[in-house]
Design a protein around this ligand. Structure first.
Ligand code: CAA
Length: 257
């Protein structure tokens, strides 16, 4: 399937989505979000896909919501349309999603990266929530996910001033899990995705669900969820295979059952 604003390909069991509006630094237009959501739906439904990589160009992951489109909107427009609600689909994907970020990840671009399960950054990456400089504020989860990810001090610093941080600061504060040379970014992210896709998909999906619960519930509820999911994996053929393979000293052959 071909799209107007993104490029989509698969590499073995990995689905790769590349944001592709180079003239606008991958600004997140209505069309781009529709294309992204359609591609995510396809990969979710495809039993052959075990993990997804979301990336942009070397210059920009995404420079935020499309300011040209936003400028035309008034309060009733954004309220009636529930503007940016559609962006949240990324956060509901059940398979693992890796953001591979080079260049600018600003505003909604930073917020999309925060919706992914882990962020791998190129050494030229820059993260920021500059909405305040437009007289706005983050609207796609930035104030909430950034605070949960890096804490109050750095979040207030970024959200109230619009200050951009570079890749090494992003790694130091825990916004990204690794920093790699720009020309190795996409291959590194694909390799990490391939590692995940080679594991038992039910186990990976349940582990993702359990970790995400940590950000949404009190500790006791999160622990209970973890325990239930942990127990349910004992019903899978993959867990039988994984444990048997370990004891037989051979690689496990998972069948996602
Ligand atoms: N929306 C629309 N167009 C954008 C854009 C955006 N967010 N960001 C960049 N562009 C366009 C520019 O208008 C420019 O287009 P033209 O060539 O037609 O003029 C082109 O992309 C290249 O941009 P620059 O010339 O500005 O490139 P630069 O290298 O000098 O600067 C930048 C790069 C620092 C990222 C700068 O483009 C910038 O500050 N962009 C806006 C960042 C921003 O404010 N993002 C937050 C948006 S609000 C939001 O995201 C709301 C939310 O939370 C949901």
């Amino acid at each position: 399937m071909s799209y107007e604003t993104i490029l989509v390909e698969t590499r073995d069991a990995v689905g790769i989505i590349r944001l592709n509006r180079p003239k606008a630094l991958n600004a997140l237009s209505r069309q781009l979000i529709a294309d992204l959501n359609a591609a995510l739906d396809d990969f979710e439904a495809d039993a052959g896909i075990g993990a997804i990589v979301l990336t942009g160009s070397e210059k920009a992951f995404a420079a935020g919501a499309d300011i040209k489109e936003m400028q035309a909107l008034g309060y009733v427009d954004v309220f009636m349309d529930d503007f940016v609600a559609r962006w949240e689909q990324l956060s509901r994907v059940r398979k693992p999603v890796i953001a591979a970020v080079a260049g600018f990840a600003l505003g909604g671009g930073c917020e999309l990266a925060l919706m992914c399960d882990l962020v791998i950054a190129a050494d030229n990456a820059k993260f920021g929530q500059p909405e305040i400089t437009l007289g706005l504020m983050p609207g796609a989860g930035g104030t909430q996910r950034l605070a949960r990810s890096v804490g109050k001090a750095k979040t207030m610093d970024m959200v109230l001033t619009g200050r951009m941080i570079d890749a090494s600061e992003a790694e130091r504060i825990g916004l990204v899990s690794r920093v790699v040379p720009t020309d190795e970014l996409v291959e590194t992210a694909i390799a990490v995705a391939q590692k995940m896709a080679g594991l038992s998909l039910p186990a990976v999906m349940m582990a993702k669900e359990a970790v995400n619960r940590a950000f949404e519930s009190p500790l006791a509820d999160g622990i209970r969820t973890e325990r239930r999911l942990f127990h349910s994996l004992f019903a899978t053929e993959d867990a039988r295979e994984g444990m048997e393979a370990f004891l037989d000293k051979r690689p496990a052959a998972f069948r996602n059952r």
